[in-house]
Ligand binder design. Structure first.
Ligand code: 13P
Ligand code: SF4
Length: 354
C-alpha cells in the first residue's frame, strides 16, 4: 500500500498552540450564573430575530450543545450536521464546530447566510491536505476514484468524486470496490487504513491524521480493559490500528453514542474527543464512562483528547458573531462551490439510500 502526503508538523503545531491559547482565553472570562443566563437569553433572541438555526458538533462546549437543542437546532455528527443545515428552513445557519463544517453548509446552501461560531477553528486533517499538493497527487493517478473525508477544505472537495464521513465510509468504499473501482483516499491515514482492512479495497492513502485520535495508546488501553473486564471499548476510526483492534465498536460520534445505548455493559472506555461525554452520559445516565488513555506515564501529548479547534467555540464567541453588522460569513468562490457540491450531494444521496 502506498502512502503519500506532505509532512507539515511545524505548521500544525503552531496552529494548535494558537488555538489552545484562544480557547483558554475565551474560557477564562467567567461569568456569574445570572450573567450566563442573560447571555443565553440574548443569544436566543438574536437567533430568532435573524431566522437562524444553531447546529453543533458533539465535541463543542456542552453549553453550546444545550443551546442548539433548546433553540430548535441540532447536536450531531458531521454527516447529520450537513443534512440538518441543508434541510432546515432557517435563512442563517450557525455552525458550532470547525471550518470544514461551515464550508459544507455553505456549499450545500449558497443562498443561506452561514456563520461559524469560531471562524479560525480548523482541523489538522484539513491543514495536512493542501489542495495544490493533493491535486498534483490525484493527477498522477487519473485511473482512480477520488474519495475525500468531510474534514477537508472546499477546494479539496472540489477535486473529489465523492465526499464521505466516518459514519458511511466503510459502506461507500465497499460499494465502490464492488464496482471494481480503485481509490485515492484522503486525508486521514488511520481511517483510510481501517476502511481498507474492512473492505479489502485497493486504496492509496494520503498521510494525514487527527491530532486528537492519533494520541490514543493501545498498551495503556489494554491495561485498562484488563482492570475492568466488564467494560466495552468504543473507538472512533480516526484512531491508530492497534487501538481500533481493541474496540468492541468502531464508529462515528453518533454511532458510538448509539452503541453506548444499545450495548449491555456497566462501563464504557471511550476513544474519541472528550466533548462526546456530555451527550453520551445523557444517553446512558446509569453507566460509567471513562476516557481512553492518550499517553503512557510521564508522556506529553498535544491534544489529550481535546480538540484545540473545537474548544475555541464558546457562548461568548457565538454572541459576538450574531451581533448586528458582523460580516464574518463563510464565503466560497462559486467556481469551487459548483464542483464541491457534487461529491457532497452524492454522499447525502448514498447515505439516504441505505
Ligand atoms: P464525526 O463525523 O464522527 O462526527 O467526526 C467528526 C470529527 O471531526 C472527528 O474527529
Ligand atoms: Fe479535526 Fe481531529 Fe479536531 Fe475532529 S477532533 S476537528 S478530526 S483535529
Amino acid at each position: 500500500m502506498l502512502e503519500t502526503g506532505i509532512e507539515i508538523p511545524t505548521r500544525i503545531s503552531n496552529e494548535i498552540s494558537v488555538a489552545a491559547a484562544a480557547a483558554r482565553s475565551s474560557r477564562s472570562a467567567s461569568l456569574s450564573n445570572r450573567e450566563q443566563r442573560q447571555r443565553i437569553i440574548a443569544i436566543r433572541a438574536m437567533l430568532t430575530q435573524q431566522n437562524a438555526v444553531l447546529v453543533a458538533h458533539y465535541y463543542v462546549d456542552p453549553q453550546l450543545q444545550e443551546l442548539a437543542e433548546v433553540s430548535g437546532g441540532k447536536v450531531a455528527d458531521s454527516l447529520e450536521m450537513a443534512r440538518f443545515g441543508f434541510e432546515h428552513s432557517a435563512t442563517t445557519v450557525v455552525v458550532a464546530g470547525v471550518r470544514f463544517m461551515g464550508e459544507t453548509a455553505k456549499i450545500l446552501s449558497p443562498q443561506k447566510r452561514v456563520l461559524l461560531v469560531e471562524p479560525e477553528a480548523t482541523c489538522s486533517l484539513d491543514l495536512g491536505c493542501p489542495e495544490n499538493h493533493f491535486g498534483a497527487f490525484c493527477d498522477t493517478h487519473p485511473d482512480r476514484t477520488v474519495v475525500v473525508y468531510a474534514n477537508t477544505s472546499a477546494a479539496v472537495k472540489a477535486r473529489a468524486d465523492w465526499v464521505v464521513t466516518s459514519s458511511i465510509a466503510v459502506d461507500l468504499i465497499r460499494e465502490l470496490a464492488s464496482r471494481g473501482e480503485k481509490i485515492i483516499w484522503a486525508p486521514d491515514r488511520f481511517l483510510g487504513d481501517y476502511v481498507r482492512r474492512e473492505t479489502g479495497a485497493d486504496m492509496l492513502l494520503w498521510k494525514g491524521s487527527c491530532v486528537v485520535h492519533e494520541e490514543f495508546k493501545a498498551e495503556t488501553l489494554q491495561n485498562l480493559q484488563q482492570q475492568y473486564p466488564q467494560s466495552k471499548v468504543l473507538v472512533h476510526p480516526e484512531s491508530p490500528a492497534p487501538v481500533i483492534a481493541l474496540a468492541d465498536v468502531v464508529g462515528s460520534t453518533s454511532q458510538l453514542i448509539a452503541a453506548a445505548r444499545s450495548l449491555d455493559a456497566p462501563m464504557y472506555i471511550v476513544a474519541t474527543e472528550e466533548g462526546i461525554f456530555h451527550k453520551m452520559q445523557q444517553a446512558v445516565p446509569g453507566k460509567k464512562l471513562v476516557p481512553a488513555p492518550t499517553a503512557g506515564e510521564g508522556a506529553t501529548c498535544e491534544s489529550c483528547a481535546q480538540c484545540p479547534w473545537m474548544k475555541m467555540n464558546s457562548l461568548a464567541r457565538l454572541e459576538q458573531v450574531l451581533q448586528p453588522g458582523n460580516e464574518e460569513e463563510v464565503i466560497i468562490p462559486e467556481s469551487i462551490r459548483v464542483r464541491a457540491v457534487r461529491p457532497i450531494q452524492r454522499m447525502l444521496e448514498f447515505a439516504h439510500s441505505r
